[in-house]
Design a protein. Structure first.
Length: 327
């Protein structure tokens, strides 16, 4: 019997262990990518030493390097720290007292960029087609960029004029309104989307990613119309986790570029992004007299103090919420 046959199976590499643990805990693919990147950078920064051999001094030296040499934002530095905390606690199973003593960078309290109603109109007038529809959805519903990009057919209720935002920030679901003025354009878009889906179905490439291993619980769900992304990518791509070639959702960078182009064309001298539509949604609702608790629920904020950043308007009480896009 050869040495190869008698040798014990090789244990998975550290970064593969990190990926496995992140997937076990249902972290998003974006968080997985960022955490693996930070852990790799931490190891390379200390000349490829194993994290078990390092401690508080090495972690603080790495974070200081990011702040001083890299001049990264406080949020970026805190993300790196979160990745290292995950590595030690969840992957290596090391409970070290110094982990709790590492000070997080203080987040600056900045007011969000908000566009006036006139600026919103000027910006949206310069956006048409698919990106125009998505931009109007962002402003008319208060969704985050990725919440809009990941919308599925089953999440839109035209009869109730509602959108169910699934697995939002903090893995929470919520309900927001569907602007009445977008019902017909969205239905037209879905008719085109259905044709695209049927073409994919004929090619055997209509499967989509399902969260929380639902593809094992419901074997046929991944090719159902209800689970299809409303805003699909133009072509097929390889799923980084399953290795399956299929049509994913639209790349959010395309919408970001479209908003930037429209902003330049409109001559608005503000640093607006797709997320600015969400800030404007909240501010305009509060200006219209809707109470802050209602706006908090529509935005999906866990704490009302987060919503308070938009205004100091008194709680005036509001009943049926009308989207600012419909005003």
């Amino acid at each position: 019997m050869s040495d190869t046959e008698t040798s014990a199976p090789q244990s998975p590499k550290l970064l593969d262990q990190v990926r496995d643990k992140l997937r076990l805990k249902h972290y998003s693919i974006r968080t997985e990518t960022q955490y693996v990147q930070w852990i790799r950078r931490f190891i390379l920064f200390h000349d490829k030493r194993h994290p078990r051999e390092m401690g508080a001094g090495e972690v603080e030296a790495f974070l200081t390097h990011l702040a001083v040499e890299g001049r990264v934002a406080a949020s970026t530095q805190n993300q790196a720290l979160s990745a290292l905390l995950f590595l030690y606690r969840d992957v290596l199973g090391i409970q070290l007292p110094w982990l709790d003593q590492v000070v997080r960078a203080k987040q600056p309290q900045r007011l969000p960029v908000v566009l006036t109603r006139q600026e919103i109109t000027a910006l949206l007038d310069r956006m048409s087609g698919l990106h125009g529809l998505m931009a109007r959805l962002l402003y008319g519903t208060g969704m985050r960029l990725m919440e809009c990009v990941r919308l599925r057919v089953k999440d839109v209720d035209f009869e109730r004029a509602e959108i169910v935002v699934r697995d939002g920030k903090g893995a929470k679901d919520r309900v927001t309104m569907l602007p009445r003025t977008l019902i017909e354009p969205l239905q037209d878009h879905l008719r085109w989307r259905r044709t695209c889906y049927e073409d994919d179905l004929a090619k055997g490439k209509a499967s989509v990613y399902l969260p929380n291993a639902l593809d094992r619980k419901y074997p046929n769900a991944e090719t159902d119309w209800a689970w299809q992304y409303i805003f699909p990518a133009a072509g097929y791509s390889i799923d980084p986790r399953s290795g399956i070639e299929r049509r994913h959702h639209l790349d959010e960078k395309a919408l970001q570029r479209a908003v930037k182009k429209a902003l330049q064309a409109s001559g608005i001298a503000k640093l607006a992004t797709p997320h600015t539509f969400r800030h404007s949604f909240a501010t305009h609702l509060l200006q219209s007299g809707y109470d802050i608790r209602t706006v908090q629920e529509l935005l999906g904020h866990a704490d009302v103090t987060t919503t308070m950043i938009y205004t100091h308007v008194l709680n005036k009480g509001g009943r049926g919420v009308v989207s600012p896009l419909d005003v």
